[in-house]
Ligand binder design. Structure first.
Ligand code: NDP
Length: 438
């Protein structure tokens, strides 16, 4: 890790002075090279993580070249401000690369989230030491080979494999790494915040969530049910944006529950290589056990498991795999542990509500504030509730519709700072104001 930081420091001297156009061309070429290796990356991501292959093909892997193309072009349009002082002086703000950026990413969307950090850091003229999750290192390893093949200048990107303790922690404490971008759990984010605070590092933290999915009785019913299934169980519920608390207005609760249950029971948990599998495996034994213990905790708290709730044993070579049935729980108050702690698995808790005020108060009652979805056909209500919910991202009548330009990130214990679009380029640069007297 120390050697990687040293190499990145050396490379920064030339990369930070490389014209933007040239940096952009190199990153665009890298995107092309990633695309050429799509099949290999898709197979590796699915095998390493357990996610269905079709999902890696539709979402994870295409996002890697997209991240590079997006930031390789964004940097060409990135500008800064001029403040003119009534003929007395002119202030202009430079936005300069900072140095070696430490990029730490999790296992749920391995290559997608690694490149989401590396691409803007490099586009802005920094060099990078990246630490992918040791739970799912494979696509990062293949990606490092692709970078060599694409002729990425030596030292600008250094991928160091190893655990959080052995590599992540020393990276955050390294005196020559002034900027850290982290995506992962809130507890880890807290450790990184304490390690970096005395060193005054620039820090971006994208952390956990306990996202509310709110269905009003005037919502377009079928769309709301379909989106609730996606928001609850996509990627086995292992997306930070998953809607793990499903609030449904009382007058449609029973009908919604019955349709939601039926659609959930029809989901196929199976071989990740098989296109007909809606859900694949949980990422690791340890994580599967954590999810199962959270389901037990829900039972202990008085929750009723409407469907699922158990480990699923598949046949043949998959019989020891870490599969969990999609699980719906109801009957728990909004303030119990199950409804406050992140589970990060295929588990959703249904909670009925009476009024707009009630649901806003319940939705805002956790320490998290990453994302929320609201389903309603009343435009005024959509604006009102969106404005009142404590979260960095609010979707209305949809879920996980992503535009790479938007500010992405959470409030409260879900994050500090925003990434995405020019927010990422601002984060990965330092602003310096120059005042010239006229
Ligand atoms: P972790 O916090 O366990 O790990 C994230 C990364 O941090 C891994 O690379 C890990 O290494 C590393 N790490 C662990 N300890 C330290 C440390 N002390 N210092 C520096 N780095 C460290 O999260 P998970 O990998 O379990 O990912 C799941 C979590 O990520 C969930 O809480 C989820 O909500 C959140 N997440 C948030 C997103 C967002 O955009 N807000 C998006 C996706 C996920 P290793 O595991 O290799 O030991």
């Amino acid at each position: 890790m120390n050697q990687a930081v040293e190499a990145a420091q050396q490379a920064f001297k030339s990369w930070s002075r490389t014209p933007k156009r040239e940096r952009s061309d190199i990153l665009m070429k890298l995107a092309d090279e990633i695309e050429k290796h799509s099949d290999e990356l898709i197979a590796a991501e699915s095998k390493d993580n357990g996610k269905p292959k079709w999902l890696a093909q539709a979402v994870d892997i295409p996002r890697a070249p997209e991240n590079f193309r997006f930031f390789a072009t964004a940097i060409l349009h990135f500008n800064s401000e001029i403040h003119e002082m009534d003929g007395q002086a002119l202030n202009y703000t430079l936005r300069q690369p900072i140095g070696v950026a430490g990029c730490i990413s999790p296992w749920n969307l391995p290559l997608y989230l690694l490149t989401w950090k590396v691409a803007p850091a490099l586009a802005a003229g920094n060099t990078v030491v990246a630490k992918p999750s040791e739970v799912t290192p494979m696509t990062a390893f293949i990606f490092s080979k692709i970078c060599q093949k694409a002729g990425l200048p030596k030292g600008i990107l250094n991928i160091v494999h190893g655990t959080g303790e052995k590599v992540g922690d020393p990276l955050t404490r390294h005196p020559d790494v002034p900027i850290i971008s982290f995506t992962g759990g809130t507890e880890t984010g807290g450790k990184i915040a304490s390690a970096t605070a005395p060193l005054f590092k620039k820090l971006s933290l994208e952390m956990g969530g306990k996202n509310p999915n709110i269905i009003f009785s005037d919502a377009e019913f079928d769309n709301a049910v379909e989106m609730a299934v996606k928001a609850s169980f996509s990627n086995q519920g292992q997306i930070c944006l998953c809607g793990s608390r499903l609030f449904v207005q009382e007058d449609i609760y029973d009908k919604f529950k019955s349709d939601f249950l039926e659609k959930t029971r029809n989901l196929v948990v199976g071989d990740p290589r098989d296109n007909s599998s809606n859900l694949g495996a949980i990422v690791s034994k340890q994580h599967m056990e954590k999810i199962l213990s959270k389901i037990e905790q829900a039972r202990d708290e008085g929750g009723k498991v409407l469907t699922g709730g158990k480990r699923l044993q598949l046949d043949g070579e998959l019989k020891n795999g870490y599969y969990i049935e999609p699980t719906i729980i109801e009957g728990l108050p909004a303030d119990c542990q199950t409804n406050h702690e992140e589970i990060f698995g295929p588990v959703v808790s249904m909670i009925p509500f009476k009024s707009e005020e009630d649901v806003i108060s319940m939705a805002n009652s956790t320490r998290y504030g990453l994302s929320a979805s609201i389903f309603t056909s009343d435009v005024s209500r959509a604006h009102r509730v969106a404005s009142a919910i404590d979260s960095g991202i609010v979707w209305v009548n949809t879920w996980l519709l992503r535009d790479l330009r938007i500010p992405f990130g959470g409030m409260k214990s879900s994050g500090i700072g925003r990434e995405g679009g020019f927010n990422s380029l601002q984060f990965f640069t330092e602003s310096k104001n120059v005042c010239i007297k006229i």
